[in-house]
Design a protein around this ligand. Structure first.
Ligand code: PLP
Length: 455
């Protein structure tokens, strides 16, 4: 029997203060939200404070958080050691306009943990890191083009946004055609396309999310990274792993460690800066050295790759990053979060099968994605890494909006904040958190079913 109130009606009533804050935001902030991914219908959530695995919204609801700072908070909100280190640094100074020991320590920690990194350079975000990695690769090879894969996200600079959203050949507003012409967008996981493109000899770099697009939403097949490594080596093309999400999460050394494939360059952000703004690009010394000032005869200053940036390696991000990486170097951290990932994905899929709700949940490491309204061929109520028989465009874009919104609102009504139709688990979440989340999922999808949404 259909309940007499809809999920959306209950949501709108329970989260009233967020609605009024959103109305206010619409007058001051373009589009009301400060990151496209935070746009939500009928309105996004406004949060007041957070600690550990929880956060509290403007109406006082306690929520188990799976947004986790867009994946930046491997140790949850307000981890004691990071907070303490940042507070102390705050009193000592937030910007010296000069070098400081913390940036050296931060760089050393990255170098120790990430296999591909001989040298590192800091940026203020992942977007800047991928922009710099592409620039270094162009300068190193003397070639202009960069190959990326359809659907892979590398931030929001002009080169990165080409081919990111479906339809992947669409014109992206505001991006010059001259920039588009320097990007070669390979179809998802198409190694033959890459081979043909690299053989032309004009591609500086191949960049990809080594998990596959948007943190394993379109996973890469087994052996794919190794094949890319071989091809890029053969054609003297720089291989860039964008480990902004996978870095320090898939393993302490990221996907390159868990897969045993070492790229030439790696881009990092999120966890690398311990939850504060920051990013880094690292890689082979001979490539990274293009950033160096060299006091040697014959050195051509015009060949140096430029690298300004007011907030690069600022002391607050440096101390948060160094403190976080010291903890993230212990593989038990990732193991705990990964185990919770398996528990959550398995629990959600079991609910869908038990309750006869069309849908599937998949992911790797400590991330998960949910699609409702259709199923995949290998839905058996267990964990899924690669959903079979589903269009990759669907995997990237997620459920139809009506399911997505109802899931989001229903989970919030049951005390859980999802991210982008899925989520990222931290090492601070507990089995109890996951079981409460599975329970919230059961309540939400059965209510959606009883509202007749899947007919
Ligand atoms: C794989 C990947 N690369 C790059 C970026 C851009 O990082 P930022 O948002 O710090 O600019 C993101 C952000 O989500 C990302 O997931």
């Amino acid at each position: 029997m259909a309940p007499d109130r809809t999920i959306e009606q209950d949501f709108t009533e329970a989260f009233k203060t967020s609605e009024s804050q959103y109305r206010r935001a619409m007058e001051a902030i373009a589009g009301g939200v400060t990151h496209d991914v935070r746009h939500m219908k009928p309105f996004p959530l406004y949060i007041e404070n957070a600690t550990g695995s929880r956060k509290w919204d403007a109406d006082g609801h306690e929520l188990i958080d799976f947004v986790m700072g867009h994946g930046a908070l491997l140790f949850g909100h307000g981890h004691g050691e990071i907070v303490e280190a940042v507070n102390q640094q705050m009193a000592r100074g937030t910007h010296f306009g000069a070098g400081h020991e913390l940036e050296i320590e931060w760089g050393e920690r990255i170098k120790q943990i990430v296999p591909s990194v001989d040298r590192v350079e800091f940026t203020s975000s992942g977007t800047e890191a991928t922009m710099m990695a592409m620039r270094l690769a162009r300068a190193y090879t003397g070639r202009d083009k960069v190959l990326k894969f359809a659907g892979h996200f590398h931030g929001w600079h002009d080169y990165a946004m080409v081919g990111e959203q479906a339809p992947f050949n669409r014109k992206v507003p505001g991006i010059p055609q001259a920039v588009v012409d320097t990007m070669v967008v390979a179809p998802v996981n198409d190694i033959a396309f890459v081979e043909q493109a690299l053989a032309k000899g004009d591609i500086a770099a191949v960049i990809l999310e080594p998990s596959g697009a948007s943190w394993a939403s379109i996973p890469v097949p087994d052996g794919f990274l190794k094949q890319l490594r071989e091809l890029t080596e053969k054609h003297n093309t720089v291989l860039i792993f964008d480990e902004v999400i996978t870095g320090f999460r898939w393993a302490p050394g990221g996907k390159q460690e868990s897969e045993g494939v070492t790229p030439d360059m790696t881009t990092m952000a999120k966890i690398v800066a311990g939850g504060l703004p920051g990013g880094a690009v690292g890689g082979r010394a001979d490539i990274m050295d293009l950033l160096a000032f060299k006091d040697e005869p014959g050195w051509n200053a015009e060949k140096k790759v430029g690298h300004p940036g007011t907030y690069n390696a600022n002391p607050l991000s440096a101390v948060a990053g160094a403190t976080c990486l010291q903890m993230a170097a212990n593989p038990r951290v990732q193991k705990h979060a990964d185990e919770l990932g398996v528990r959550l994905r398995t629990g959600f899929n079991k609910v869908l099968v038990d309750e006869n709700v069309p849908g599937f949940v998949w992911g790797e490491s400590s991330v998960f994605h949910v699609i409702l309204g259709e199923t995949c061929e290998n839905q058996t109520g267990g964990d899924i890494h690669i959903p079979q028989g589903v269009d990759p465009v669907r995997l990237k874009s997620g459920s139809d909006a009506k399911y997505d919104h109802a899931l989001y609102q229903g989970m919030l009504l049951n005390g859980v904040d999802l991210f982008h139709g899925g989520g990222l688990i931290s090492s601070i979440h507990t089995e109890k958190d996951i079981d409460a989340t599975i329970d919230a999922f059961r309540k939400t999808v059965t209510r959606m079913r009883d509202e007749g949404m899947f007919k």
